[in-house]
Design a protein around this ligand. Structure first.
Ligand SMILES: NC(=O)c1ccc[n+]([C@@H]2O[C@H](COP(=O)([O-])OP(=O)(O)OC[C@H]3O[C@@H](n4cnc5c(N)ncnc54)[C@H](OP(=O)(O)O)[C@@H]3O)[C@@H](O)[C@H]2O)c1
Length: 326
């Protein structure tokens, strides 16, 4: 089968499309024909060996996949055979076939678009876990999404809107702000401007700021935290700026505000069943028409290294998905 292979932690430029033997499912695993694999900033970290969990070399990147089950390992439930599933794979998704833990497979409705499933798995799982479980977001509250036109940001806009929040998107260019507004943000601000907190105040139209969704960090984190209303929650999602912000803790006291770490991957690894629960919840919200998960761009397998490079260079808009069978 064809697969993208990483032989050194030297970044996307050294990724190769190669012919490799088909993986063989071990106990408790299934083999899927990968119809779609979502890409995220995290894949750029994996291929540089910069993520908190290092995947041993050589490996195939790609952590979220959707496809049809074509073989079962020992002990995998027979009813999964032939089903279309979506799930988390710790590497392996950028290939024509991939292994998935049977316990992590969420069965998809036959008519659910696999590119939407692969686009949604991690980013919507993170947004649903972040807003519902960690941030206790309520309808009518306001949300600021940093890095709003990225894959994580776009999912956050859609989920927060679906929960009835007023959403302000922060992004660095006109094109990115337009994309965030098209995804459903009520207002967008240019957070590269020195006075962007004034623009945020205007965009909130008299509301306080209840929740910050922060996949970017750096200097933006403290500025956003300072903008919170009393009782606000700042959700720490990621560090796409490459800089881990430090926060004076007196701000938390003065604001009676919370800083909450949101780690979807850590949560689903620590609690068996949570991955599929969050995926079922996203299918449920999608079926109710409250959210519209989708891929923002679809790419061939050979294009995956360039897509990862583009994310690392801050050039990508939205969530890219690769379709390895195309
Ligand atoms: N906590 C979790 O469970 C979880 C789950 C998934 C992902 N994440 C993390 O969330 C972060 C975002 O992931 P993503 O897939 O949404 O990435 P992405 O699509 O590349 O978006 C990241 C956004 O960050 C902004 N940014 C600011 N400085 C940047 C820089 N120096 N380089 C690149 N982007 C920069 C960019 O927007 P502007 O140009 O508008 O500033 C960009 O749109 C990553 O750190 C990822 O590891 C966390």
């Amino acid at each position: 089968m064809r697969a993208i292979r990483c032989h050194a932690y030297t970044g996307p430029k050294d990724l190769r499309l190669e012919d490799v033997p088909d993986p063989v499912p071990g106990p408790g695993q299934v083999l899927i024909a990968v119809e779609a694999c979502g890409l995220g900033f995290v894949d750029g970290l994996h291929v540089q060996g910069k993520y908190q969990v290092k995947i041993p070399l050589p490996f195939t990147p790609g952590s979220e996949a959707a496809g049809r089950v074509i073989a079962l390992g020992a002990g995998a439930p027979a009813e999964l055979m032939g089903k279309r599933v979506a799930g988390f794979v710790m590497g392996g998704g950028l290939a024509e076939k991939a292994l998935m833990p049977a316990g992590g497979c969420a069965i998809m409705p036959e008519d659910f678009d696999p590119t939407a499933a692969a686009a949604a798995l991690i980013n919507y799982g993170t947004a649903i876990y972040g807003f519902e479980d960690c941030g206790r977001l309520e309808a009518g509250e306001s949300v600021l999404v940093l890095g709003a036109s990225g894959g994580v940001g776009m999912a956050a806009i859609d989920v927060a809107r679906g929960m009835g929040a007023y959403v302000v998107a922060a992004a660095s260019s006109d094109d990115k702000r337009r994309a965030a507004l098209a995804r459903g943000a009520h207002k967008a601000v240019d957070y590269t401007q020195a006075d962007w907190r004034n623009a945020l105040t205007e965009a909130l139209e008299g509301r306080g700021l209840d929740v910050v969704y922060d996949p970017v960090s750096g200097a933006w984190s403290e500025a956003a935290f300072r903008s919170l209303a009393p009782g606000g929650r700042h959700l720490v999602i990621g560090f796409a700026s490459g800089e881990i912000a430090k926060l004076p803790l007196n701000l938390a006291l003065l604001k009676r505000a919370s800083l909450v770490g949101v780690d979807w991957g850590g949560h689903v690894r620590a609690h068996a069943g949570e991955g599929p629960r969050l995926t079922r919840r996203l299918m449920e919200l999608a079926a109710q028409g409250k959210i519209s998960p989708r891929a923002d761009s679809v790419h061939k397998l050979a294009e995956a290294p360039a897509v990862i490079a583009s994310m690392l260079a801050r050039k990508m808009i939205g969530k890219p998905v690769v379709t390895p069978q195309a």
